[in-house]
Design a protein around this ligand. Structure first.
Ligand code: TXE
Length: 503
């Protein structure tokens, strides 16, 4: 059970295998979004700490124990990481709740699932291999090596802090990279607990995984511009992602971005109605709508629109708001004060645009189970896909309902958006399920389910939702680069003034 009575805790950060304060000695407070009270002090790092951490990661990559370790040995350490997470999953889940206010059942389910990433990529560590090629020069022996890219910088958000760090860390370690992680300034504590209980006890050599805590521009920018960083993996908002991409491009770093979304959740009149209603709820009100894959545009076929909205409103109205640490709570607080303001401002925008508010539509007070940073589950009908409430990511419990006539129109509306992260389709027709899956421009399409993720399934976005894919076997490619090796076993010679192509 989450204990909120403890005194203010003071954390240090973890660089080069050692616990340390920020060079400046400064700290900042982290808040419990449910009570609004500060509960821990986090080191306020800056460029000097970034330099220390990247230097440590660079040393660990170039010399020391890590580059000498066999892939089998790396895999063994990763399995140890998985076991340690299993041992501490409950505690890590509770720290997540304290920092980001998401439901205990969801956060503990995430921390209990995280070991699978480390087991899976541990198994892949010794299956990374190059290949021998037969080029058109019989006297040459040619082969391709697959090598780790080097020092990786991870920038992670506040909505699922440990899970989203895991998606990056597990393939990077399997590939043989070293890492510096910058967690969100709103939710740094869980990563520091993870470093203490898992990484520091796992047998990883010093400097392989380092953490710099602090504010985005102050810590994130020196990290993504650091000359010794080879790869940046970022999860967060699209505006920050674009800035990170631009900065990283100046020194030609590899970049992967997992950004926002405005996912269509499309319900046809041949669906199983109760399943689709529950899928619509899960799409927008789970995690208080603070997920990049939120099904924030509910596309309803006009033939079932009124009946569906009526049932949906009744179910959403009954949602229990309250303390995210209690098992019975269904909707918790918004994680950060700026996010709370952003959600309320989008509710105003929707009203001004002429959308009809059929549920919620503002802050939830303590008499409704809410408190300081609570927003009522909110549903707008009569939304036109051109409205800002249909086009822009709110990242909160605010649903836009849009009517459509037929499959053709559903596809057109679904794809008429800058984003392309996820999509839901509710139908009993096999033909329609496959047709929609192929026509929707999104990295994930769920049919008759929503918000399912696995370490086996690639995750990422089309269009403004990102670059690259996390999870699945292909994620490891983002942490590797190819080297072509040519060995001439024949005589030298030939015309030195022309390129050596086929002999
Ligand atoms: O995210 P930011 P914010 C979306 C969501 C939300 C919006 C803003 O719509 O309302 O983004 O949220 C670090 N250089 N998502 O402001 O700024 C920052 O410290 C380098 C979608 O909280 O993107 C944090 O570690 N780094 C989403 C990380 O970037 C910088 C998850 C993410 O913060 C930086 C969260 C800079 N200049 C928000 N500025 C998803 N895809 O799941 C900030 N950061």
């Amino acid at each position: 059970m989450l204990d909120r009575t403890t005194a203010l805790q003071t954390y240090q950060t973890f660089i080069d295998g050692r616990w340390t304060d920020a060079v400046s000695g400064k700290t900042f407070q982290t808040f419990d979004p449910y009570t609004g009270a500060p509960w821990a002090l986090i080191p306020e790092c800056d460029k000097a700490d970034v330099d220390r951490a990247v230097d440590a990661a660079h040393r660990a990559f170039e010399s020391g124990a890590w580059p000498k370790m066999t892939p089998t040995a790396r895999g063994k350490i990763m399995r140890r990481i998985a076991e340690l997470i299993e041992q501490h999953a409950e505690h890590l889940g509770e720290v997540e709740v304290r920092d980001n206010g998401k439901l205990i059942s969801e956060m503990v389910a995430q921390t209990k699932y995280m070991p699978q990433w480390f087991y899976y990529y541990a198994g892949l560590a010794d299956k990374i291999h190059g290949s021998v090629m037969s080029v058109d020069r019989p006297d040459h022996f040619t082969y391709i090596l697959r090598e780790p890219v080097g020092v990786c910088a991870f920038i992670t958000p506040w909505n699922s802090p440990l899970m989203l760090a895991t998606w990056k860390l597990a393939p990077a370690l399997a590939a043989g990279c070293t890492v510096v992680i910058k967690p969100s300034e709103f939710t740094s504590a869980s990563l520091l607990e993870f470093m203490k209980l898992v990484i520091a006890e796992s047998g990883l050599p010093p400097g392989v995984v380092n953490v710099v805590t602090g504010y985005g521009p102050v810590v994130g920018e020196p990290l993504v511009t650091h000359p010794k960083v080879a790869k940046v993996a970022f999860t967060g908002g699209s505006a920050t992602g674009a800035r990170v991409n631009e900065l990283a491009a100046k020194t030609f770093k590899k970049v992967s971005l997992e950004l926002g979304g405005k996912s269509p959740n499309i319900v046809f009149d041949d669906c199983i109605l109760d399943d689709a209603i529950s899928g619509a709820i899960s799409g927008i009100f789970a995690a208080t709508g603070q997920t990049c894959i939120a099904g924030s545009r509910l596309l309803l076929q006009e033939t079932i629109h009124d009946q569906f909205v009526e049932k949906l409103v009744a179910m959403a109205k009954a949602a229990r708001l309250g303390d995210p640490a209690l098992a019975e709570t269904q909707v918790g607080p918004v994680t950060t004060p700026p996010q709370y303001q952003k959600i309320l401002s989008y509710i105003d925008i929707a009203k001004q645009e002429g959308a009809k508010c059929v549920l919620g539509g503002g802050a939830a007070g303590s008499d409704e189970g809410g408190g300081q940073y609570f927003v009522k589950p909110t549903i707008f009908t009569g939304v036109n896909n051109k409205m800002r409430i249909a086009q822009e990511e709110v990242f909160g419990p605010v649903l836009s309902v849009i009517k459509f006539k037929d499959e053709e129109e559903a596809v057109a509306i679904a794809n008429d958006i800058a984003y392309g992260l996820g999509a839901g389709v509710w139908t009993q027709s096999v033909r329609r399920a496959h047709t929609m899956a192929s026509r929707i421009k999104a990295g994930t399409v769920w049919v008759n389910t929503y918000r399912a993720v696995s370490f086996l399934m690639p995750f990422g976005g089309y269009k403004a939702s990102g670059l690259g894919r996390e999870n699945g076997a292909e994620a490891i490619d983002g942490y590797l680069q190819s080297k072509s090796v040519w060995i001439n076993n024949g005589a030298g010679g030939g015309n030195p003034f022309i390129m050596k192509t086929a002999s």
